[in-house]
Design a protein around this ligand. Structure first.
Ligand code: F6R
Length: 237
């Protein structure tokens, strides 16, 4: 595990963007695994900046996102598909057909999970997976529970996650109660993992995840076993 502590969100974002950019330059048709939420916005802004300066080319890049709310489609501005279009895909020359987000409107979430895992396999796996971390230690939407769940699957969101994510909705009542998420198997299979964390409020859970016992009660703790994990954090006040 490599840990980079930065002083500011901007510095964290810059360092994270550098790793993603390096992957895109080294392998122009790489498969990047992407996350949504507040944390990666600055990273995506930096990638867009380099694209606008002519330093990055996304034309051959493929992407898979970690998760999507159940019941929302890409037209909804609360959906993770909309988030990705808005913060990254519509701002660079990525081929939208090469961008993948789980289908939150799938009638059969189990079949959707199987489809998504098969898709990731058919792409040759993920070269670098970006992750944020939830206050309860979730990654993707793998919430604390009795066991690590390997495949892409539907989850009931933890009340603390619903509360934390209500800032993006009119009220907590509007936050979908379920999501489809890449499982721990998909995340751990990525060749590189890049975990980013911002804000003093994330420090305690980050320390637990990186240095505490490996337990499904702190899903991110499994990352301790990943052979190529980089953590970039701006969590010190
Ligand atoms: C989002 C995701 C989540 C977030 C986590 C942190 O696709 O998978 O695990 O990374 O909830 O969210 P923020 O960055 O908003 O604190």
């Amino acid at each position: 595990m490599k840990v980079i502590c930065t002083k500011t969100y901007e510095e964290m974002s810059y360092e994270a963007a550098k790793l993603l950019a390096a992957q895109i330059v080294l392998r122009p048709n790489c498969v990047i695994g992407l996350a949504t939420g507040s944390t990666p916005i600055g990273t995506y802004d930096q990638l867009v900046k380099w694209y606008e300066e002519g330093r990055l080319d996304f034309s051959a890049v493929r992407s898979v996102n970690l998760d999507e709310y159940c019941g929302l489609d890409g037209e909804s501005d609360q959906s993770y598909r909309w988030f990705m279009d808005h913060h990254l895909f519509d701002r660079v020359n990525i081929n939208k057909a090469n961008t993948n987000v789980p289908n939150g409107k799938a009638a059969d979430p189990e079949a959707e999970g199987e489809r998504y895992d098969a898709l990731i396999q058919s792409l040759g796996g993920v070269d670098i997976q970006v992750l944020g971390i939830g206050y309860d230690g979730h990654i993707g939407f793998n919430e604390p529970g009795p066991a690590f769940v390997k495949p892409t699957h539907m989850v009931d969101l933890d009340p603390s996650t619903i509360e934390a994510n209500s800032r993006f909705f009119a009220s907590a009542d509007d936050v979908p109660r379920q999501a489809i998420t890449m499982g721990m198997g998909g995340i751990m299979s990525a060749r590189k993992v890049l975990l980013i964390a911002n804000g003093a409020g994330k420090k305690e859970i980050l320390m637990k995840a990186l240095y505490g016992p490996i337990t499904p009660e702190v899903p991110a703790s499994l990352l301790q076993l990943h052979p190529d994990l980089t953590v970039i954090s701006a969590v010190d006040e």
